[in-house]
Design a protein around this ligand. Structure first.
Ligand code: ZN
Length: 66
C-alpha cells in the first residue's frame, strides 16, 4: 500500500467544467516523483486528472519498495 501524504492532499478542487468545488479526489496514484489525482464532479459527472510533480526525490521511497 502506498502511503498518502495527507499534508499535500488537495481539497475543494473546482470542477474543470462547472466550477463546483469537489471535496476530495476519487482516486490517488502515487509515483516516485509525482502524484496523480483523479477528480469526479458529483454535480455534473465530469472527470479529470491533475498531476502534482515533485522536484526533490522522496527520502523514504526505498522504504515503500520493501
Ligand atoms: Zn462539474
Amino acid at each position: 500500500m502506498a502511503r498518502i501524504d495527507l499534508g499535500y492532499l488537495p481539497k475543494e478542487n473546482p470542477c474543470a467544467q462547472c466550477g463546483k468545488p469537489i471535496a476530495a479526489p476519487e482516486w490517488i496514484e502515487n509515483g516516485p516523483r509525482r502524484t496523480s489525482y483523479l477528480w469526479r464532479c458529483p454535480a455534473c459527472g465530469y472527470r479529470f486528472e491533475a498531476v502534482a510533480f515533485f522536484g526533490e526525490p522522496q527520502s523514504d521511497s526505498e522504504a515503500l519498495a520493501a
